[in-house]
Design a protein around this ligand. Structure first.
Ligand code: HEM
Length: 570
């Protein structure tokens, strides 16, 4: 018998999800009982069937099975009861709707109520999507669609599923744990008075995080040097060199075996491929064993590493760092960051935004022309590579005030998180106007690397794309949220416990590329624990406080606080 199933499509966004119901093609699974008709909210009708997998429930091993079924039945009944009790229901009622309900109970006719409340709650006339809310663990213990069915019976055909950020919350805790390991390493360095090479430590941190997040594999590269990071650098550097080399010498067979450089590249490639093969095998095993839940939400490329230059940039560093520490102290205190903290760590987010403006990774995006084309009036041949310099764009004085300065304050704390679409808002508006006015619109690269629009060959200024930290369009970074949260967590946890300074006698911090930006000779820093200075009463203080009552126990408590997470005193 043909049955129609409601299919659930959850868009891969990281926020609360709205579920869309579709009708799938009719399928013909085997069912032992007849379908019941159920009428959903807004009249969306779906056909629901109760399945027993088509097996005979009285088969030989049915003893154990029926116990399992009983337990399962009990569990489902409990879940249904919890849903019915409203545990997962989001409270929608504010004062107006509460008052309306109370008056209605007192017998006030609905027409009068509608009239009275129309000025307060005009928007309440529109039907509101029912919302189901709760902890993901409540619906995660079995196939996703089963608890969704229970929710459907309670809430109807359309409802918003508000079961928290799932995956994201777990990632925040993972970022915290990994950064904590780095903190312990820095702690030891601070105790021993040893300088640390921060670029390599940041690379190891991101490797540990991406390994755990994507493959559930612990590289533990903060403790063990497997050589993987050096190998990745070697290969990236080689890829970049090959992209600009006029003669492909690496393709000469004998050259590969005699050139020390090519031998190093081959060895690095082998190491990377071996490790990737191992990881893929682990992943396959996990998927086979059905241990990997929600694996479709996993993202699986590129190692984010943007913190390289963060602490070495700009003259304003001390004030930026102390502002940052102040925020982190007040938001986090001594605990691990959570998903809720991400919204509150506003200044830390701006520091990351600004780091990505000054040091975009990769600094140059590359596109290959698929057809003969024209760019900025110049003919471009099919197969030609086009470099789009995000670096230039992000530092263009035409777009940015004090373009070269590290100024997280350039973005208001309560403004939107800057991205490729909301910087220079006028951009989209102008393009829309141009298109609606007719005429051909083309985009060209200006001298300073910005993308400028032209209409009928005449520049239309200023239409500028300002900020592309994660690229844009169909090839935009899929890991932007992951990377943003990862860096905010790491930054917050590091600056709340430590102060960093370029080490005495360290080589100058200069840049080189290997697809992304790296230092030429590392980022050697001295790390010190943040210590709350003891409060020693001075003569001045004593004079000021004269007459005020002194509470000794309060003073003791202050001195007894954990030093490393106290407010900034650097
Ligand atoms: C701060 C860290 C990161 C930065 C600055 C960054 C930046 C970018 C940029 C600019 C692009 C576009 C490249 C282009 O247009 O040619 C890109 C693409 C991409 N990124 Fe990221 N990324 C970061 C972290 C991540 C992470 C953590 C992941 C995965 C977990 C990731 C996965 C990807 C993927 C898969 C693409 C290719 C998308 C496609 O071509 O369809 N990125 N990234």
């Amino acid at each position: 018998m043909a049955a129609h199933f409601p299919l659930l499509h959850t868009p891969p966004s990281l926020s609360a999800k709205t579920l869309h119901f579709y009708r799938s093609k009719p399928t013909t699974p085997s069912f032992s009982s007849y379908p019941k008709r159920h009428k959903g909210l807004y009249g969306l009708s779906t056909t629901i069937c109760s399945s027993s997998n088509g097996r005979d429930p009285n088969s030989v091993d049915s003893g154990a099975k029926s116990v399992e079924k009983l337990v399962e039945g009990k569990r489902r009944a409990e879940l249904s009861a919890r849903i019915a009790s409203g545990e997962f229901t989001v409270e929608q009622s504010g004062f107006p709707s509460g008052a309306k309900k109370s008056l209605s109970k007192l017998g006030v006719p609905s027409e009068i109520l509608e009239f009275l409340f129309s000025w307060v709650d005009g928007h309440e006339d529109c039907p509101k999507i029912p919302e189901a809310k709760g902890a993901i663990s409540a619906i995660r213990s079995e196939a996703f669609f089963i608890p969704l069915y229970e929710l459907f019976l309670t809430y109807g055909g359309i409802f918003r599923l508000n079961f928290g950020p799932k995956y994201v919350a777990a990632m925040i805790s993972l970022f915290g744990q990994a950064t904590d390991r780095l903190c312990k390493k820095l702690d030891a360095a601070a105790s021993d008075g040893e300088d640390v090479e921060m670029e390599s430590l940041f690379s190891r941190l991101t490797l540990d995080i991406i390994g755990k997040a994507v493959f559930n594999y612990d590289f533990d590269s903060l403790t063990n040097d497997t050589g993987i990071i050096e190998a990745v650098y070697t290969v990236l550097r080689e890829a970049e060199d090959r992209s600009v080399s006029p003669i492909p010498v690496w393709e000469i067979p004998i050259w590969k075996d005699i050139s020390p450089r090519q031998k190093r590249v081959s060895a690095a490639l082998k190491l990377i491929n071996d490790i990737l093969d191992d990881l893929i095998a682990i992943c396959k095993r996990m998927v086979d064993e059905e241990e990997l839940q929600f694996h479709e939400e996993y993202v699986n490329e590129q190692d984010p590493s943007i913190l390289h230059f963060l602490l070495a940039s700009g003259d304003d560093e001390p004030s930026v760092v102390s502002k940052l520490q102040e925020e982190v102290d007040s938001v986090l205190g001594d605990r691990f960051p959570t998903i809720e903290d991400m919204k509150k760590l506003k200044y830390a987010t701006r520091v990351i935004n600004e780091s990505l403006r000054l040091y975009p990774q990769p600094p140059v995006l590359i596109r290959r022309s698929l057809e003969n084309d024209v760019l900025g009036g110049y003919p471009i041949k099919r197969g030609e590579d086009i470099f789009i310099s995000v670096w230039n764009l992000h530092r263009s004085p035409k777009i940015w005030d004090d373009a070269e300065k590290f100024k997280p304050e350039r973005w208001p704390l309560d403004g939107p998180n800057p991205n490729e679409t909301n910087q220079n808002f006028s951009w989209l508006k102008n393009v829309a106007n141009l298109i609606s006015n007719g005429g051909q619109l083309t985009f060209v690269l200006s001298d300073d690397g910005a993308i400028v629009a032209q209409k009928e060959g005449v520049p239309f200024t200023p239409i500028l794309l300002g900020y592309l930290p994660f690229g844009g369009g169909p090839r935009k970074c899929v890991g932007d949220m992951f990377a943003s949260y990862e860096t905010v967590v790491a930054l917050a946890m590091l600056v709340r416990r430590f102060n960093f300074q370029i080490a005495l006698g360290a080589p100058p911090v200069e840049m080189t590329t290997g697809a992304t930006i790296h230092t030429t000779e590392g980022l050697k820093m001295t790390v010190t624990r943040r210590i709350k200075p003891p409060i020693v009463p001075t003569l001045e203080m004593l004079t000021l406080n004269a007459g005020a009552s002194v509470n000794l126990s309060e003073g003791d408590a202050l001195l007894g606080q954990k030093g490393e997470v106290s407010s900034a005193h650097s």
